[in-house]
Design a protein around this ligand. Structure first.
Ligand code: SF4
Ligand code: SF4
Length: 56
């Protein structure tokens, strides 16, 4: 399992990559990408996201 990003909600604020211990989130100008192979399901990105754009 890996987390999923809702592009309708995500503001590309850059908050979640900063708390990802697996360093598997990359935020580009128009899109956020999660490397699902590296995600450890720690839940940090879900907790920190101010708009609830990350879900398990
Ligand atoms: S659940 Fe944890 S490891 Fe997976 S993308 Fe979010 S912060 Fe990174
Ligand atoms: S913290 Fe939330 S709004 Fe910010 S880049 Fe991550 S998913 Fe998008």
């Amino acid at each position: 399992m890996a987390v999923h990003n809702d592009p309708e909600k995500c503001m590309l604020c850059g908050g979640c990559p900063a708390v990802c211990p697996a360093r598997c989130i990359e935020v580009f100008e128009t899109v956020l990408v999660v490397d699902e192979q590296k995600c450890t399901d720690c839940g940090n990105c879900i907790k920190i996201c101010p708009v609830g754009a990350m879900s398990a």
